[in-house]
Design a protein around this ligand. Sequence first.
Ligand SMILES: NC(=O)c1ccc[n+]([C@@H]2O[C@H](COP(=O)([O-])OP(=O)(O)OC[C@H]3O[C@@H](n4cnc5c(N)ncnc54)[C@H](OP(=O)(O)O)[C@@H]3O)[C@@H](O)[C@H]2O)c1
Length: 440
Amino acid sequence: MADALKIGIAGLGTVGASLVRILQDRHEMLATTCGRAIEIMAVTARDRSRDRGVNLSEIKWFDDAVSLASEADIDVFIELMGGAGDPAYSAVKAALQRGIHVVTANKALLAAHGIDLAGIAEEHGALLNYEAAVAGGIPVIKALRESMTGNTVSRVYGIMNGTCNYILTKMEKEGLSFEDCLKEAQRLGYAEADPAFDIEGNDTAHKLSILTSLAFGTAIAADDIYLEGITNISIEDIQAAADLGYRIKLLGVAQRTESGIEQRVHPTMVPYDSVIAQVDGVTNAVAIESDILGELLMVGPGAGGNATASAVLGDIADIAKSRPGAQHVPAFGRPATALLPYKRARIQSHEGGYFIRLKVLDRTGVFANIAGHMAENDISLESIMQHSKHYVDSAEPKTIILVTHATFEASVRKAIVAIKGEGYLVGEPQVIRIERPKAV
Ligand SMILES: NC(=O)c1ccc[n+]([C@@H]2O[C@H](COP(=O)([O-])OP(=O)(O)OC[C@H]3O[C@@H](n4cnc5c(N)ncnc54)[C@H](OP(=O)(O)O)[C@@H]3O)[C@@H](O)[C@H]2O)c1
């Protein structure tokens, strides 16, 4: 049997401790599968005294991640600490500069420094693997980076944040408010004490930026993403969507357009009978539309210690099985220097259908006036209806719901500005984009 693959792990939390447990429990099985043993030589975390439910007594402890990455006798550095900055960034960089392969689950780090780190990896003949960074256990990185080589991707989209999907699913199924569902998600450990990063869409944006680079061969542009979270979605929107045959999901969408690549994260209405609409709870789904393969949809666990550690383990096993001196797969599917500059297509030019919910004063002619503003902006309506279910008292404002055929974002924004100027609106209009998956 070949020499053991020596690894060092920085971060022993949810994912790191699961990884250690799996590597220890399945040591023999992995040695047989990979043709060589995988040995944990070194570990680090913040608190050495914390019981992590795994035996670390035979493993060298480092007090900081950068020393581990710079000095430990290892072939692979596993980064499972998280965070876009230090120590994750400096530790990963130090390992790559030594020609040590890196496996990470850290989407924040890759969204901020992925291309820079990919360049360092190539320069030093090291691999940078990160399957766990997007959609946890779903093998979407490998699909885009390796399996779909030669395809031209037109669109990649998905449900990539389990917390948001859990909240939206629970709101719909149990008729509860956003706030109540968020509290429940926190109680169950699905949402952080500070959930802003998930519910405002940033986490999905980080993951989307990585997929965009892989799908379109462009440099990562995490700051060039149109971002809307789910905090404004009300139970009324969810019920109106259901009445119209849709469900609301937080989607990350990246697509090729004539003017560049459009990246957006926002609540989206998807037809009730589409497969993506049926993805419930903390489950993730990623769809890729391309010219040779057609449409690929992958659904599975997007988070959790074991599911994420499974993806990390797959990356480690790839390295263990690779032949010495073999050509390495570039981190973003093509050499870092061959990645194209990202050209942003503004969401103003996005063409799709829209759901618009307006709360209006009960005045004669309002209905016709709204329809008029839509027509002035060349927006053709699929339906317009007064939704009185929730407002039985005639003195109360009325809710009007419009569903448009495919139209431009800029036209919708113009129509809304005009309607706002009429003086009959109560509160802010709700606008939710409609996405029509090709086949699923
Ligand atoms: N959890 C998931 O379901 C999931 C899914 C996909 C991707 N990920 C990614 O996987 C990574 C790890 O996530 P996690 O959920 O396992 O996080 P976690 O439970 O918070 O664990 C983080 C670990 O890193 C250690 N750590 C933090 N700062 C450190 C520092 N400055 N120096 C040394 N060690 C430090 C912590 O040490 P102490 O234990 O001593 O505090 C802890 O062991 C993140 O990048 C995350 O985005 C997680």
